[in-house]
Ligand binder design. Sequence first.
Ligand code: ATP
Length: 357
Amino acid sequence: MVKIVIDKVTKRFGPFTAIDAMDAVFDDGAVTCLLGPSGCGKTTLMRMIVGLEQPTVGRIFFGDRDMSGLPPRKRNVGMVFQYPVMYQTLSVEENIALPLTQDRSLSAQERDKRIDEVLDILDMRDKRKLFIGDLDAGSRQKVAVGRAVARRSDIVLFDEPTTNVEVQAKLLLIRAFKLVTQRLKQTIVYVTHDQTEAMTLADCVALMRDGRIIQYDRPADLYATPATEFAGWFLGNPGMNFMPARKTAAGIETPLTAAPVAADAEVSGNGTLTAGIRPEHVRLGATAAPGAVPGVLKDLSVTIAGRFIANVRIEGDTIVKVKTDEAIAARPGDTVYLAADPAGLSFYSDGNRVAAA
Ligand code: ATP
């Protein structure tokens, strides 16, 4: 097992900076998900780790070994691509065995043991003799994963491997990835722009934006305490609510709280203060309640999981998204009442988290 160290790495393509002075350590034996919007540099970073691109500036280490200038074949990194190259005329087990047969130090017995182990974890024993062409997209990706991990390389990189798999098969596939990564304890870097996938799989998420890692945290911590407004907005479905707040002698005033909140925030930069709260931390009621503020229900919808999402317009023309398990007896246009769970409130200045309630 080796950790991956990104040491002051910049990658430029002509005048464009795809990775911007990045410093990071991806823990050994852990799954790190690179998560971020399209174009933020996830693929570029991964291509540098595998050796398909070289940094313009800076170095990448595996443990204490400097990888500068080393071609991909000398890095001992397994890869799972969006569109894996599979040998249609070979069976499942022959595809998994391919990289192992190139390793002359492996006995036939050890090779078979590894194939059995991988087929077992992937729950594919009964498919071992099938040809790749007989499999659906999800099973083909499982074989690609099996092939990448059977080599027991120190590091395995996954590049959006579920993109071409339909939703139902995707969940099974992610479960299979999780089992593989837990059992084999290789260092995994997993690129995705799907937050559910990242939250399910990752030991740590590296949230990227504009060529930088803006937060590196455990999934639950990243969700609970986003360090920036961007992280709060990007994670969550729907993302965090933001509204203007004001620091006074009595505390912080927000349009969602009837009284000032007891919190002290250091206001920086342009001097504005923003309150952030997740939709599930706002309570929605049809009648007035202590501490609640009035608003007008704009719309109400039901999610596939049977939860309710409401959009409510409150003072200052602020739209607040609410997510709740309880149905409410109100229609669009009705007056409703919102109450913030104080534990869910945090405050941002210049886009950065400066305080919590
Ligand atoms: P996506 O989720 O859409 O794949 P990404 O986060 O993986 O996005 P990258 O593919 O790493 O993003 O690209 C980062 C930026 O660098 C993009 O703006 C892209 O256009 C640019 N870029 C990547 N490769 C090259 C290249 N070879 N030449 C020029 N620009 C490039």
